[in-house]
Write a protein that binds this ligand. Structure first.
Ligand SMILES: Nc1nc2c(ncn2[C@@H]2O[C@H](COP(=O)(O)OP(=O)(O)OP(=O)(O)O)[C@@H](O)[C@H]2O)c(=O)[nH]1
Ligand SMILES: [Mg+2]
Length: 331
């Protein structure tokens, strides 16, 4: 199960109450106030964990609650701090408050592994009566209550982070290309909508010139209006620096590759004009099939770009594609 949007109710712990207490000991008359402070309430914290890739754990745990602070005690003992509630999220998790939700400004965008964000802060503990003692008020008979912890309703949306995003019609060979480029093993099959959720692969083994590629479900005409799988998943390539249009250049299902390219651009524009202005490359996939040759010229004309003929199946042209992507990616 792949979950990329969840609603979460979070409640931080309340601070513990301070106490009223006086020191009692044989032969120590008027021992003075010694009521301790309450402990702090626990925070609800989000933490990025690079080992997870979606929000499924939160789907089944929609209420996050941290522990309350303990109350203070005599002898100036401070209460125990409440246990924080730490929720793991994948890199690329964006947090919106409710209301207004996704239409509003995000509270945070968590990208770096290990990064944390305090969603709701625990309440401060109340002060015990010992804190209120002064030279003119030696027997304070009051203490503070702890503050309530913050609570809130949030929407967490995953917008995957990859440098290159694959865009193409169903069956164009996007998943095959991801498999050829990286060690990822996406599902590949000869029917549309094989891919139902995004997958990310890492290309290259050397740290300095390694980059990531995101494979998403195929787009169809009218995706912006919800056709096919819709274009909801396009947010997973929203942050890609470079888009890679994967075209079935053999026109396998009687399609016209140049038309496919125009359709993809149109759907991207409808979704987000900014995405349509992103740097991009075009590959003519399935170049191992003889039909490809006849379509390259029209595809080049439609995209006004040089086209890279490749075969995700045989691996032909893939090293050249990796080099071209490295060149296009910002340093
Ligand atoms: N001959 C040939 N077939 C290919 C090539 N690349 C992919 N295919 C075939 O095309 C079909 C679809 O490939 P996928 O990689 O699943 O296509 P996709 O774009 O991920 O499809 P969706 O996930 O449904 O959007 C499979 O049967 C692949 O074997 C290629 O370079 N040459
Ligand atoms: Mg696929």
């Amino acid at each position: 199960m792949f979950v990329d949007r969840v609603r979460l109710h979070a409640q931080a712990g309340d601070g513990g109450n301070g106490v009223i207490c006086f020191h009692r000991e044989k032969f120590v008359p008027k021992g003075g106030p010694d009521g301790g402070d309450g402990g702090r309430g626990g925070d609800v914290v989000l933490q990025v964990d690079a080992q997870i890739n979606n929000l499924v754990d939160l789907r089944f745990r929609p209420h996050a609650r941290a522990g309350h602070g303990g109350k203070g005690a005599g002898n100036n003992c401070t209460g125990k701090n409440g246990k924080p509630c730490v929720l793991k999220v994948p890199p690329g998790t964006v947090i919106y408050p409710l209301p207004p939700g996704e239409k509003g400004e995000p509270l945070a965008d968590l990208t770096r592994p290990g990064e944390t964000f305090v969603l709701c802060r625990g309440g401060r503990g109340g002060r015990g009566n010992a804190r209120f003692a002064s030279s003119i008020r030696q027997t304070p008979r009051h203490a503070e209550d702890g503050q309530p912890g913050e609570t809130g309703e949030f929407i967490l949306v995953l917008k995957s982070i990859a440098q290159v995003g694959l865009v193409g019609l169903p069956n164009a060979g996007k998943s095959s290309l991801l498999a050829a480029l990286s060690a990822a093993k996406p599902k590949i099959a000869n029917y549309p909508f094989t891919t139902l959720h995004p997958a990310i692969g890492v290309v290259g083994s050397v740290e300095q010139n390694r980059f990531t590629v995101a494979d998403i479900p195929g787009l169809v005409e009218g995706a912006h209006a919800g056709k096919g799988l819709g274009h909801d998943f396009l947010r997973h390539i929203e942050r890609c620096a470079v888009l890679l249009f994967v075209i079935d250049a053999a026109g396998t299902e009687g399609r016209e590759p140049a038309e496919d390219y125009r359709l993809l651009r149109k759907e991207l524009r409808e979704y987000d004009p900014g995405l349509a202005r992103r740097p991009f490359l075009v590959v003519a996939n399935k170049a191992d099939l003889p039909e490809t040759a006849g379509h390259l010229a029209s595809l080049r004309q439609a995209s006004r770009k040089s086209i890279l003929p490749i075969s995700a199946k045989t691996g032909k042209g893939v090293p050249e594609l990796i080099a071209a992507l490295r060149e296009t990616l910002p340093a």
